[in-house]
Write a new protein. Structure first.
Length: 529
């Protein structure tokens, strides 16, 4: 089996080390030979293949055809004409403070320009001025009289400054000066690709380059980044079969489980194809285990999301079913008015579920199970003002029936959740929301309004360590809840499972919607019926 590159996004290294490369060069060929457009922008969540794309484009413009033997672009009539490449990765810029950015940005720009072959950097001049001069100098020296410019993580310094809006604007302005150098040099630029997580429309790269083509939602390039099911079968079949054997699953069950855990990203209106995040597949299959686990989310969370987390709009969203989303939520992405829906989409925590052509509106939802667990863990930890480890601890309290600790934590969770005017539109009962967030964060199976012979239980949670039947009451008593559980026989269908069965009463204050009383009782076992 070919090795899987987990820590490398460098195309030449992957090819040289004979690691798996999922061939996307047919898309790149279409971009670099497009006669109508030459300035492109592409937004995708972090660790979604943007850096590898930039590295591959760099090798194409450097004319390194030997690296592409057997790949799609090698079978075309592409001319492989060499062109100087100015490649930048602004994820390497220190933006912890504006002073740090002011020192780090020129240093990074100088390093990138020198790697491109520009050795006349003048420190007394700004990084932006040197960038413009480098374009002129290298283009004049090249055979074609042009250069290629590739910018990866263009938005990262702004995103990491969002806790301080004044700093974020200052960083944005300085970056704006940098991108403005491209405006009057269109003849000298053969090709431009800018990538990032988000589209900050007030950066001058968008306002000054009227010929910028945004392919973020372009159906033609829907699967250019990320992996399809067919690509997994072609490139990772052996590795998947190894893990299926480790997990003791037949092939069909394994593929369904893998898809549930890691597939679900969709970024276009018409093309319904869903994608796997590349890093999730690489980390899962490089060293396969006998269970699935969080992979992409374990590599860190987007700084932009973490800087936004405390806002009420985020806490009040039902992330499983976000409706009536219009294009402006995605496209108008300014520092002063960041929209929670757009932010969660840009960072990969929401994706397109459906698109209504008649209304022009999208429905969004959580892409897959690993993100479902993480986003609910984030919501719970922010609401309760506790670390994410606290959420895991609270889930452990439930499955081990440690009721005093569980109830105290659940009350803290409800105390922090927002209940605004839109709360009644949430498909779950507003009172069930905190409970369901917690259960999803732990990956505990949830059934809501479960039908029994005589009625419906509000929430049933199933785990290998037990079954938990929740009855929620407004302005009642725990005795009222238990009486209904017994009268309706909610526990009966679960007593034969062989697991402990617990009935849990949660009573809420109708005015504050806070949890005011709670109690758990072990259901009678089958022998006593």
């Amino acid at each position: 089996m070919k090795p899987i590159a987990v820590n490398s996004n460098d195309f030449p290294s992957i090819i040289r080390d004979e690691q798996i490369y999922v061939d996307k060069t047919a898309y790149f060929h279409a971009l670099v030979t497009d006669r109508q457009h030459k300035y492109f922008f592409r937004a995708r969540p972090r660790r979604f293949g943007k850096t590898l794309m930039v590295s591959t484009l760099k090798a194409i413009f450097e004319g390194r055809r030997e690296l592409f033997a057997g790949l799609a672009i090698d079978a075309t009539d592409y001319g492989w004409k060499r062109c100087p490449v100015l490649a930048f990765n602004f994820g390497q810029v220190d933006a912890s403070t504006f002073d740090a950015f002011d020192r780090s940005f020129p240093s990074c720009v100088r390093s990138f320009l020198e790697k491109a072959g520009y050795d006349n950097y003048i420190p007394e001049k700004s990084a932006s001025w040197n960038f413009g001069r480098a374009i002129d100098t290298l283009a004049a020296k090249s055979e074609a009289g042009q250069v290629a410019v590739l910018v990866d993580e263009y938005d990262d310094p702004v995103a990491r400054s969002l806790k301080d809006i004044a700093q974020a604007k200052a960083v944005r302005d300085q970056l704006g000066d940098f991108y403005a150098q491209l405006k009057d040099r269109t003849d000298a630029v053969r090709f431009l690709m800018i990538t990032g997580v988000s589209k900050f429309t007030k950066l001058s790269v968008f306002s000054t380059l009227s010929n910028m083509t945004d392919i973020t939602f372009d159906d033609r390039y829907a699967t250019m980044l990320g992996y399809t099911d067919d690509e997994l079968d072609v490139y990772f079949c052996e590795q998947m079969r190894v893990q299926a054997d480790l997990m003791g699953l037949d092939w069909g069950e394994y593929r369904r489980s893998l898809k549930w855990w890691y597939n679900g990203f969709r970024f276009t209106r018409k093309n319904p194809a869903t994608l796997y995040n590349p890093i999730s597949i690489s980390m899962t299959l490089a060293e396969p285990e006998d269970q699935f686990r969080a992979t992409w989310t374990e590599t860190g969370r987007p700084s932009m999301l973490m800087n936004y987390m405390e806002r009420e709009e985020f806490l009040s969203l039902d992330t499983e079913n976000v409706k009536n989303v219009t294009d402006d939520v995605f496209d108008v992405f300014d520092i002063d008015r960041i929209n929670a829906k757009g932010l969660l989409f840009q960072t990969g925590y929401l994706t397109i579920k459906d698109y209504d052509r008649e209304t022009g509106e999208y429905s969004l939802h959580v892409p897959d199970e690993e993100i479902r667990r993480d986003i609910n863990k984030l919501v719970a930890s922010v609401a309760a003002n506790e670390p994410a480890t606290w959420v895991s601890y609270l889930g452990s309290n439930l499955i081990h029936a440690e009721w005093p600790s569980f109830f105290n934590g659940l009350k803290a969770l409800y105390a922090g959740l927002c209940y605004g005017s839109t709360e009644t539109s949430v498909h779950e009962s507003p009172y069930a929301r905190g409970l369901v967030i917690l259960l999803r964060a732990q990956g505990i199976g949830i059934l809501q309004e479960v039908q029994s012979a005589d009625g419906r239980a509000d929430v049933v949670a199933e785990h290998k360590l037990g079954v938990f039947i929740f009855e929620l009451k407004k302005d009642g008593t725990t005795d009222d809840a238990f009486a209904q559980i017994e009268k309706k026989g909610y526990a009966k269908p679960h007593l034969a499972s062989g697991k402990p069965v617990w009935t849990v009463a949660l009573v809420f204050d109708g005015e504050t919607r806070q949890l005011k009383d709670c109690e758990a009782r072990r259901a009678a076992d089958a022998a006593s019926l």
